[in-house]
Design a protein around this ligand. Structure first.
Ligand code: AMP
Length: 360
């Protein structure tokens, strides 16, 4: 495809922090950005040329966005399939495409796809009833993790089952909805890999990040992760096979469990820029946000090598008040999302602590 020239308009569904940082990257490359989000004055809307205030399934709003924008993308994966179709009918190039969204929206589809392209996951069972759960638990053993099939994130909609006695309560806890039962991954640490595929099929992969979660929410990412060459190679191969299997365009996040001895399992994928890729803003010449804009606009992908070591820490809820102390630290790069209300656990910003490569 001919690259979209600066001055073109990019539409982004979702006005949160990911949309905001995508918009800032797009703006630096000379694009105009229009956000679609039901909330007025969203964090992304406030740094963009325009915002359509409407629901994500408002077909009129989507048609308008599809007409004004030459390319449209998302900051979250739970975009209704009908919305993607409407955007495409409006004439916009939509990326990532419907296959990536369908796979990422359903944990059973996701794991089935992943294993099909050689990106191994934990053993799992699709659960549609209490009987399925009993049978699944017998096969997978305890402890096992029951997750809703759709719309779970940051550890929400998940319950550990530690004994057969807990089955009925667990089924109730996930709302007696279609679910997935996962065997426990005995990981030594959690890693992630951020990768991108351009419209011409070119693939680039960033160095891996090592992640620490608290209460199901990401707390820190350290990158580049201390990792042996075989594990790095394996992670790159996994990311590439997923991107190619989905005929993907854009940035993709892949969460991995490191089992040691270069063995990796895929936990889940995110068809978008990812919180564990925020370190690239201060560790790489072309960060994940610019990379995503480059990919969807049909530009060549940028370089992904790290020029610094970064520890990214999310500022959750009133931790955002640390901005005062952090703003005086020479190694701290602050990224604040402009959210008015610091509700507990809400992602308000992040800080990248930057060190030269090679220093511990
Ligand atoms: P998820 O929402 O699937 O990313 O899960 C949130 C967190 O729960 C992960 O980052 C892991 O720390 C943990 N987790 C998820 N699935 C498993 C599993 N099958 N075995 C062990 N831990 C898990």
């Amino acid at each position: 495809m001919t690259p979209l020239p600066p001055g073109s308009t990019i539409g982004i569904l979702g006005g949160g922090q990911l949309g905001r940082m995508l918009s800032q990257a797009a703006s630096r490359l000379g694009f105009n950005v229009v956000i679609l989000d039901p909330e007025e004055n969203s964090p992304a809307g406030r740094v963009s040329q325009g915002q359509v205030v409407a629901a994500y399934d408002d077909l009129t709003a989507l048609t308008v966005l599809g007409r004004v924008a030459q390319a449209v993308t998302f900051e979250f994966e739970n975009v209704p399939a009908a919305s993607v179709a409407t955007l495409a009918e409006g004439g916009a190039l939509v990326a990532p495409g419907p296959k990536a969204l369908a796979v990422a929206q359903d944990r059973v589809e996701e794991k089935t796809f992943l294993n099909g392209v050689g990106a191994t996951t934990v053993d799992f069972a699709a659960i549609d009833s209490l009987d399925d759960l009993v049978a699944g638990l017998e096969r997978l053993g305890t402890p096992a993790l029951l997750k809703t099939r759709r719309e779970g994130y940051d550890g929400k909609g998940q319950v550990w089952i530690r004994s057969a006695k807990m089955v009925a309560d667990a089924w109730h806890a996930v709302g007696e909805r279609p679910a997935i039962l996962e065997a426990r991954a005995d990981f030594t640490r959690e890693l992630s890999v951020i990768a991108a595929r351009g419209r011409d099929g070119a693939v680039t992969v960033y160095p891996l990040g090592e992640n620490v979660h608290q209460g199901g929410v990401l707390k820190t990412t350290r990158a580049p992760a201390a990792i042996d060459a075989r594990t790095e190679k394996r992670a790159r191969a996994i990311a590439t096979s997923i991107l190619e299997g989905l005929d993907y365009v854009g940035v993709l996040g892949v969460e991995l469990f490191d089992l040691g001895e270069s063995r990796l399992l895929v936990n889940e994928i995110a068809p978008r820029v990812h919180n564990t890729g925020h370190w690239t803003q201060d560790g790489c010449a072309c960060d994940q946000f610019e990379q995503h804009i480059r990919a969807i606009a049909g530009w060549p992908l940028g370089p992904t090598a790290a020029h610094a070591r970064v520890e990214m820490t999310n500022l959750l809820g009133d931790e955002v008040e640390q901005w005062k102390a952090l703003s005086g630290k020479p190694d701290a790069r602050l990224h604040l999302y402009g959210k008015a209300e610091a509700r507990p656990g809400r992602k308000m910003g992040h800080v990248n602590r930057v060190k030269p490569l090679g220093r511990p």
